[in-house]
Design a protein around this ligand. Structure first.
Ligand SMILES: C[S@@+](CC[C@H](N)C(=O)[O-])C[C@H]1O[C@@H](n2cnc3c(N)ncnc32)[C@H](O)[C@@H]1O
Length: 259
């Protein structure tokens, strides 16, 4: 396939960390790349697949020094203009809190051909690891992906009433340090203290940690297991680990009613 010509850029989703969760297309693009610009949360075993490429970290981690977005845009544009096949590798899916549109716009502005290869976003991988579903018939009719990132010292500017509708699964990205604020605001907006929560750290990696807890204990539980780890917080009835039991019961009842 000749969809990766010199001077072109692919924005590639690296998935949550496990190389087996990469798409086959992402793997092929990594093998073909001359240069890979990667984020801090990209798994080392994923990077290792780019065996012919120069690897450049443009890593972003909460609260740590990293290149600003315009410097990243410039680096990618320069590499493409120099005639390299460039991969911009982003954790999870590039379209979920990945600032992919800013990079795509800078590339299009410079007349550079660019395309996106999707990846598995952390919320999907966390649900899979925990053996739960993000949606659940009758209980979770919506899935809301929420960024809990705010400038240091600022409070989160979110519509808490809309989030606390009781029919959603909420996936909070970048929420580790805001866990207390998330819990307080969702409780104040009407969610129950015992609303199920799943805290998922290092999803899909050998060091993965999962913890089931409840909304009023979210801050304490996050401080206990997440330390400094990449952490996703899922909130809602669907992420209760015992839901599978309820679903089995419903199936059994249906079989009894209609043998
Ligand atoms: C800038 S966002 C990027 C999200 C990414 N584009 C995705 O689709 O998953 C970074 C946040 O994603 C979450 N994250 C990424 N990888 C993770 C992992 N392996 N385990 C837990 N959380 C992760 C964390 O909340 C982290 O702060």
């Amino acid at each position: 396939m000749n969809d990766f010509t010199p001077g072109m850029v692919w924005l590639v989703g690296a998935g949550p960390g496990d190389p087996e969760l990469l798409t086959r297309k992402a793997e092929r693009l990594l093998v073909a790349a001359d240069v890979v610009f990667y984020d801090a949360l990209v798994g080392l075993n994923v990077l290792a697949l780019a065996r012919n490429a120069r690897l450049v970290s443009v890593g972003k981690r909460a609260g740590r020094h990293s290149k600003d977005q315009s410097s990243i845009n410039e680096l990618i544009v320069e590499a493409a203009q120099a005639g390299y096949k460039v991969v911009r590798l982003k954790g999870g899916d590039p379209s979920v809190f990945g600032r992919s549109m800013e990079e795509l716009a800078a590339l299009r502005n410079a007349g550079i051909g660019a395309s996106i290869c999707p990846g598995i976003t952390t919320a999907s991988a966390a649900a899979a690891s925990a053996g739960v579903s993000l949606s659940l018939r009758g209980l979770a009719r919506r899935i809301q992906f929420v960024t809990a990132h705010s400038r240091t010292g600022d409070t989160l500017d979110l519509d808490w009433r809309a989030l606390a509708d009781g029919q959603s699964t909420l996936a909070f990205y970048m929420g580790r340090s805001a866990a207390g604020e998330i819990s307080r605001n969702l409780l104040a907006a009407g969610l129950g203290k015992d609303t199920p929560v799943l805290i998922a750290c290092n999803v899909s990696l050998p060091e993965e940690r999962l913890l089931n807890t409840r909304l009023d204990l979210l801050a304490l539980a996050t401080a206990t297991i997440a330390e400094d780890l990449p952490t996703l917080i899922l909130v809602g009835e669907a992420v209760e680990s015992s839901q599978i039991g309820e679903v089995i019961e419903t199936l059994n009842e249906a079989t009894h009613d209609h043998p």
